[in-house]
Design a protein around this ligand. Sequence first.
Ligand code: AMP
Ligand code: MN
Ligand code: MN
Ligand code: MN
Length: 293
Amino acid sequence: MPGTRGVPPDERADIALTNVDFHCHSTISDGVLTPADVARRAAANGVAALALTDHDELTGLATARAAADAAGMRFVDGVEISVTWGDATVHVVGLAIDPRNAALVAGLGSVRSRRTERAKEIAASLESIGIRGSLEGAYAHARNPALIGRTHFARFIAGAGFARDVANVFKHYLVKGRPGYVPQRGAALADAVGWIRDAGGLAVIAHPGRYGLPRLELERLVGEFREAGGAAIEIATGSHDSGHMAAFARLARETGLAASRGSDFHAPGEGIELGRAPKLPAALEPVWARLPA
Ligand code: AMP
Ligand code: MN
Ligand code: MN
Ligand code: MN
């Protein structure tokens, strides 16, 4: 098999010492670079092993893999699944999944169709405060019409001058208590983890510091995730400060979960660059040590 679903055991330690980026986005979801450009940029940034993890989509993986192969960079098929857990939206990354797996493909299809419905509701809410044409405007920013999300609306809202930039849109619109907020209707946690496992992959709780969950709730989430067969927690990501990293490193050690690292790159100059997430703290088992060979 070209590239890698897994990594030969004798190379795993080397990868642990090099630059792994297991979380990023392309035009197939809400990133601005094509899958091939994401792979080429990661390689140019010194990334040794990359997973493309578009939201609820798999269709960028083949071209990203081909570009990674051409650049001599290892590539792992990934996805970031939207999960609804109680009132919270939680993201679960799948690594080394088989993109042809029927359960995974069908499950993601149902999540995407609920996104399409939500987009109409977001547009109606924005219309009610006088922001017109946002559905068409959001789709104009969506290079893949099968996957529409808040980032596409945010780019339209900022472009139309209602906010200074995308980060500011997420302060005044599209978030709880603000116009344009419609909760996501994602997969159930156990379903998302189940699809990933069914597809031969490893499930990772993405950026746990972003959910604003109290400590006990977070422990309950991690407990349910583990019960469902989850493998790892994302420790090193752009949205975690050093306090988050220390707390989640402790949680990973206590629960026997492995640790992952990813930039969550979406666009040049927005958030952090490919391959530039902080290093994993020492004494954690990296999730790449668990990848199938
Ligand atoms: P959705 O999955 O449609 O609910 O959209 C979530 C996406 O919005 C995330 O994956 C981010 O790309 C983006 N996003 C959420 N919050 C922010 C923020 N504060 N600043 C910039 N982008 C954000
Ligand atoms: Mn995103
Ligand atoms: Mn996410
Ligand atoms: Mn992401």
